[in-house]
Write a protein that binds this ligand. Structure first.
Ligand SMILES: *Cc1c(COP(=O)(O)O)cnc(C)c1O
Length: 385
């Protein structure tokens, strides 16, 4: 009954974990879920209030524009100017997205012919690879290795692959490794993309989730990036708005136009009331973001201290709400996550679920309170690993 593209899909990792989790819960275990990367805190109140007001305005009830409300795109470009010094045209260089997942999944349709290659990091958010395959393209894996700071080694990509490559996905601050990329690396990427005629898509979903004074650069801050690339920003993690489905793409106008053409034939834009709430989020005080980062810093420190006491050494991540920890010797990532679930009631994501180069690691999401994380730490220490 199903198409080859559906039949070829591996079981969705989080569905498999959910099943195991439900089984343990049914036994009465108090489960601490550090699995999925979904903020546990509510959307800030001023954003919710703005949505309530907007939804009462009947003009928001009609079809939105394909490219997004101009006011939202202006708020997005103003925010990019204030936060990153970018000078972007809200009309030709900006597109509203129904969340950046939607963007990632649809981008290959605009740039990939059957047989073309998209360079996809591994371990990674699975949608880069799947979106490429759905468009009939081939995903060529770029391993993210600890010895390279979890950055793709551009020199390691074979020449014959580069001849067929149209697209490259990057994501820094990175899910799942929590690694960051500096502007110097982005400069190398721009040169590489120019040399090989590749469109770069930088997924900056964790752009604001940063700690210890670190500020994540935009890919577009680098000279020449506007010629080769596009960047995706998301409201989801920044403003605890994962359920609202809102993000935006900014970048090269021809790339934005091609992507917009694909999108206009698939979806009908983001709900205007949601975009109005998005305007409020982007144009109000960013104190809520600072407060959240402070909260995640405390959580990060609790978990890192606990892991350290168990002999698991992890450098404090400068960004994202993930801890990417090596699994103790004697375990693979699935074996260790099973142990955590069955013997400590802790859900964490096995690294191999993000791709084969994630083997040997486990991902903890900092989406529980300091109290719950302390409880997780004390349960883990009792495992005597
Ligand atoms: C969470 C996440 C997204 C999804 O963002 P939405 O805007 O909610 O679709 C995209 N990319 C990465 C790497 C993520 O971790």
């Amino acid at each position: 009954m199903y198409s080859d593209r559906i039949n070829a899909l591996p079981p969705y990792l989080f569905a498999t974990i959910d099943e195991a989790k439900a089984e343990i819960k049914a036994k009465g275990v108090d489960v601490i879920d550090l699995g999925v990367g979904d903020p546990d805190q509510p959307t800030p109140e001023h954003i919710v209030d703005s949505m309530c007001q907007a939804v009462r305005d009947p003009s928001t009830h009609r079809y939105p524009s394909y490219t997004g409300m101009l006011e939202f795109r202006k708020a997005a470009t103003d925010w990019c100017r204030e936060s990153r010094g970018l000078d972007l045209d809200p009309v030709s260089e900006t597109l509203t997205l129904i969340g950046s997942k939607e963007g990632v999944a649809h981008i290959p349709l605009a740039f990939i012919n059957p047989g073309d290659v998209a360079l996809c990091p591994d371990p990674a958010y699975p949608v880069y690879k799947i979106g490429t395959q759905f468009a009939g393209g081939e995903a060529h894996i770029m391993p993210l290795l600890e010895e390279n700071g979890f950055l793709p080694d551009l020199d390691a990509i074979p020449k014959d692959i580069l001849g067929r490559t149209k697209l490259m996905f990057l994501n820094y601050p990175n899910n799942p490794t929590s690694a960051t990329a500096d502007k110097k690396y982005f400069e190398e990427v721009v040169q590489f993309a120019r040399d090989n005629d590749i469109v770069v898509v930088h997924d900056n979903a964790y752009s604001e989730m940063t700690y210890d004074g670190y500020k994540a650069p935009s890919f577009l801050e680098v000279d020449g990036a506007m010629e080769v690339g596009m960047e995706l920003f998301s409201m989801s993690k920044t403003y605890n708005m994962t359920g609202w489905r809102l993000g935006f793409a900014v970048g090269n106008k021809d790339i934005i136009a091609g992507f917009g053409k694909a999108k206009s034939n698939i979806d009908s834009g983001a709900f205007n009331a949601v975009q109005m709430a998005g305007i409020t989020a982007l144009s109000s005080s960013q104190q809520c973001v600072a407060d959240m980062n402070k909260m995640y810093t405390e959580r990060r420190n609790v978990l890192l201290k606990g892991l350290d006491e168990m002999g698991i050494d992890v450098k404090p991540p400068k960004a994202t709400f993930y801890i990417w920890a090596p699994v103790p010797s004697g375990y693979d990532s699935i074996g260790f996550s099973k142990l955590l679930l069955e013997n400590a009631g802790i859900v964490a994501t096995p690294g191999v679920g993000f791709g084969k180069h994630g083997e040997g690691y486990i991902r903890f999401a900092l989406t529980q309170s300091v109290d719950r994380l302390s409880e997780a730490v004390s349960r883990m220490s009792e495992l005597n690993i």
